[in-house]
Design a protein around this ligand. Structure first.
Ligand code: ZN
Length: 247
């Protein structure tokens, strides 16, 4: 393949531009915010589950308290009724009186036991409420830091994208004047060779693979016509000769 030396040199400009675009794309992909957001999201999901579980626990304990309070109320009502019967003097049989007094005694013991249950459930209810409050606050905090991290990521994206747009416009200006067959070769080599399709010959080396050429190799390159498209024997990239290539 042949191409005017000036077009070959333009290829180096294009390479610099493409490398810059690659760097920007890499920077976009590897922003620290990506890992940060992923981590916060995972924490956020786990916290959400914990809040749901804590709220369910709170609901269960609230119902348990209602039930325990109803139990106390039931016993209290029965005890009051028995006491009224006793006070009314309507019961005269000694055996009935004894039974009634015995029941009043049992109910008082039962009420005291049930009141202890109420207190125990109230303590658990308080813990459940505290847990819901704490977890909700942590969830809220994670929402805030998630939003902050996303904003930082988006700001970085905007900055990178804006520079990339500018560099792409420069690329168009350079690419449009490079002959189509040379551009095609460069594009294919760039894909095959890790993003670098054209490299300068400088200080006896291919700047693509850094291989150093022997004197004989250099002499052979020197013999090539100026408009020949020379390829590096080692990496097969387009080897561009410039004024400071020494050949
Ligand atoms: Zn090379």
């Amino acid at each position: 393949m042949n191409a005017a030396p000036a077009d070959q040199i333009r290829l180096l400009d294009l390479q610099a531009i493409d490398s810059r675009l690659d760097q920007l794309a890499h920077r976009r992909r590897s922003l620290p915010e990506h890992a940060e957001i992923e981590k916060i999201n995972a924490d956020h999901t786990a916290l959400k589950d914990l809040v749901v579980a804590a709220q369910a626990q709170l609901g269960d304990t609230t119902r348990e308290l209602t039930k325990a309070e109803q139990d106390v109320e039931q016993v209290r009502t029965r005890a009051t009724r028995n006491q009224q019967r006793l006070d009314s003097g309507a019961i005269t049989s000694p055996k009935d009186l004894e039974n009634l007094q015995h029941e009043i005694g049992s109910l008082a013991k039962r009420q005291s036991d049930l009141e202890d249950v109420v207190l125990e459930v109230m303590e658990r209810l308080e813990s459940a409420q505290t847990r819901v409050t704490e977890l909700s606050a942590r969830l809220e905090h994670s929402s805030v830091i998630l939003k902050e991290a996303e904003e930082r990521r988006d700001a970085a994206f905007a900055e990178i994208d804006s520079e990339a747009e500018k560099v792409k416009r420069d690329r168009e200006t350079v690419a449009v004047v490079i002959p189509a067959d040379l551009l095609k070769l460069y594009t294919r080599l760039r894909e095959q060779q890790g993003g670098v399709g054209a490299a300068r010959l400088y200080q006896r080396r291919c700047e693509g693979c850094r291989v150093e050429f022997s004197t004989a190799d250099l002499a052979a390159i020197k013999r090539e016509p100026k408009d020949a498209v020379v390829r590096c024997e080692n990496c097969s990239r387009i080897l561009v000769r410039t004024a400071d290539s020494g050949v």
